[in-house]
Design a protein around this ligand. Structure first.
Ligand SMILES: C[S@@+](CC[C@H](N)C(=O)[O-])C[C@H]1O[C@@H](n2cnc3c(N)ncnc32)[C@H](O)[C@@H]1O
Length: 389
């Protein structure tokens, strides 16, 4: 696994179709990956320095896995939050296919990162047709160097604002996830153009949203589809905070018992996606007893950093009576249980039956068709002339 050919051998034709395979050959991923990277998850996370382990570094570049390239926005202290990466190649391919890009079209990418995806876009769209916005100055400078000669314009800025000087775009592709689609992306896309972005909630991160801008260029609509968990755009990150900070021994709580197991509401992709739409601001955390993943005894925590509410849901083998504790003004377990009941009652829809419409007023999520709204329009992010912070 040390070349683009090795990577392509592991990407099925339906993931990386022949129309994109030559681009993957012409744009070698390792030209864009910096010398210091991290791979793996959680306790398995490993740092690799190219100079110390050149073979491992090259293998990481051509495996179908994300390569983490920055932690904690480049600060030397922090919680180990992953803040930039070269995305997983099969997901990159899925997103390139979703953009339906033709030679000569103009593209705005949000989240330049290493620059690999921008180079792939430019390989298809042509020199001078890709503008890529990156919020982090160090990352933007590295990408600018890596992209030299590939005809991509790298802009240091907040991609939630788009980049008006190069608008209008035929395609907008975000490679950082949003919970609310910024309206400038709609304003800066031509009528009939496409916007592709990873989209999620604090409960479920996330899926791919494919939007088409309407004929008069004032709104965009489209559906979700596919598994695409991404880091959030900086302005839409969910608040950090450890369990110990959020769930304190001196907190009062109400106690109850449930026969509901988290297997489906938390563990099933479609169920948890739908529940996330109905329990705004809620994060979940699964803590195994003795820190051993797969241990049959564990606790699911639900937390709303905004209100300070939390719930714990204690799972153990044996009879289906699991104890629940709830603290704070929101009863988060009750909210989750009723969202789960709703999802069952509406026929257990897959995530791809949901969609979104973006207008100047905000975004509205719907089931099956735009008339069947689940949520009133929530204010969008980065409305023109209405930025705070
Ligand atoms: C998953 S990485 C992008 C991967 C990249 N396209 C590649 O090919 O390597 C997400 C990037 O989005 C950037 N980012 C986060 N919020 C942003 C924002 N508001 N505007 C522009 N870039 C942003 C991060 O700094 C990070 O570099």
């Amino acid at each position: 696994m040390t070349s683009p050919e090795d990577l392509l051998a592991n990407l099925a034709e339906e993931v990386a179709p022949s129309s994109w395979r030559d681009a993957f050959r012409r744009v070698p991923r390792h030209h864009f990956v910096p010398d210091r990277i991290w791979i793996g998850d959680g306790d398995d996370e490993t740092a690799i320095e190219r100079a110390d382990a050149p073979d491992a570094w090259l293998r990481a570049c051509y495996a179908d896995q994300p390569v983490i390239t920055q932690i904690d926005d480049g600060r030397s202290s922090g919680r180990g939050y992953r803040s930039s990466s070269a995305s997983m190649p099969s997901v990159v391919a899925m997103m390139l296919v979703a953009t339906d890009l033709s030679p000569g079209q103009r593209v705005l990418e949000i989240g330049t990162g290493t620059g690999w995806n921008a180079a792939l876009l430019a390989d298809r769209a042509g020199h001078g047709n890709v503008t890529s916005v990156e919020i982090d100055p160090t990352i933007a400078a590295q990408a600018d160097r890596a992209l030299e000669g590939r005809g991509v314009r790298v802009i240091l800025g907040d991609g939630e604002e788009g980049y008006p000087p190069d608008a209008p775009y035929d395609r907008v592709l975000a490679t950082a996830a949003v919970q609310r689609v910024p309206y400038p992306w709609v304003e800066q896309t031509v009528p009939g153009g496409r916007i592709v972005t990873p989209w999620g909630t604090s409960f479920h991160n996330g899926t791919l949203l494919r939007l088409r801008v309407d004929a008069d260029g004032t709104s965009a609509s489209g559906r979700f589809g596919g598994n695409a968990g991404f880091m959030w755009v900086r302005g839409q990150r969910t608040p950090h905070g450890s369990l110990d900070e959020r769930v304190r021994p001196d907190h009062e709580f109400t106690a109850s018992v449930t026969d509901l197991h988290p297997y489906e509401p938390v563990g099933d992709f479609d169920a948890s996606f739908a529940i996330g739409l109905r329990v705004p601001g809620v994060k979940d955390l699964l803590v195994f007893d003795d820190d051993v993943p797969g241990n049959p005894r564990y606790t699911v925590y639900l937390m709303d950093p905004g209100s300070g509410s939390w719930a714990s849901w204690r799972i153990r083998p044996g009879p289906h009576d699991y104890s629940v504790r709830q603290h704070g003004p929101r009863h988060l377990f009750d909210e989750l249980a009723s969202a789960y009941t709703w999802w069952q009652e509406v026929g257990r829809p897959e995530h791809s039956r949901f969609g979104v419409t973006i207008t100047r007023e905000g975004q509205r999520v719907w089931l099956d068709e735009p008339g069947n709204g689940l949520t009133a329009a929530e204010p969008g992010a980065a409305q023109s002339g209405d930025r705070s912070g």
